[in-house]
Design a protein around this ligand. Structure first.
Ligand code: AMP
Length: 190
């Protein structure tokens, strides 16, 4: 659809509803939702060399190193289905990853259209995270993920705001209303 952002990053803490919204927005825009978390979990499941390397890191709620993530994302964004746009869910998560993404886009003569931050209060995040707890998620790992987010990823909100790309959306609404709010921000020009 013309006039809508086509290269999009979703930012938000674990439990903010990012994965759910990524799928809904990507379907509406007919672009792939690219979740680095899903890609890494698939690698672990498949028992690939990458999976072997990152399995322990995922289980601990820590971040896979930036160089490995650069390889994963560079390969994925070079796939034909990403040629006309994509929505990134879970990448970038560090300043260095944001720089890598800028480099990939630059090399392709492309720009990031929008960064959407889904804003949810911290107490609510913990409550939700405990609610959707996977079998191998202990409360400790959940808290670790939030901590890692605050330290490494939250600063990207300022990074993208400074570049005029950021739009914040209230994540304390129904799933449908959050989707509507995001779509509105993606349709708005400038
Ligand atoms: P997610 O499903 O996005 O919460 O990701 C699950 C896990 O995969 C994270 O807790 C990290 O261990 C790892 N991971 C996913 N994306 C990244 C990334 N961009 N950088 C580093 N680690 C990541």
């Amino acid at each position: 659809m013309a006039g809508e952002a086509r290269r999009i990053v979703l930012l938000g803490a674990p439990g903010c509803g990012k994965g759910t919204q990524a799928a809904r927005i990507a379907a509406a825009l007919e672009i792939p939702a690219i979740s680095t978390g899903d890609m890494l979990r698939a690698a672990v499941q498949a028992g690939s060399a990458l999976g072997e390397r990152v399995g322990g890191i995922l289980n601990a709620g820590e971040l896979v190193d930036d160089a490995t993530m650069a390889e994963v994302v560079t390969d994925r964004l070079a796939q034909p289905d990403a040629a006309d746009g994509y929505l990134l869910d879970g990448y970038p998560r560090t300043q260095s990853q944001a720089d890598t993404l800028a480099g990939i886009l630059d090399a392709a003569g492309q720009e990031l259209d929008r960064v959407i931050q889904i804003d949810v209060a911290k107490d609510e995040l913990v409550r939700r995270a405990l609610g959707r707890q996977r079998a191998d998620d202990t409360e400790e790992v959940i808290r670790k993920r939030l901590e890692v987010y605050e330290e490494n990823t939250a600063p990207l909100v300022d990074y993208y705001r400074d570049r005029g790309m950021l739009r914040a959306v209230d994540g304390n609404q129904s799933i449908e209303d959050v989707t509507r709010s995001i779509m509105k921000e993606l349709e708005a020009g400038g």
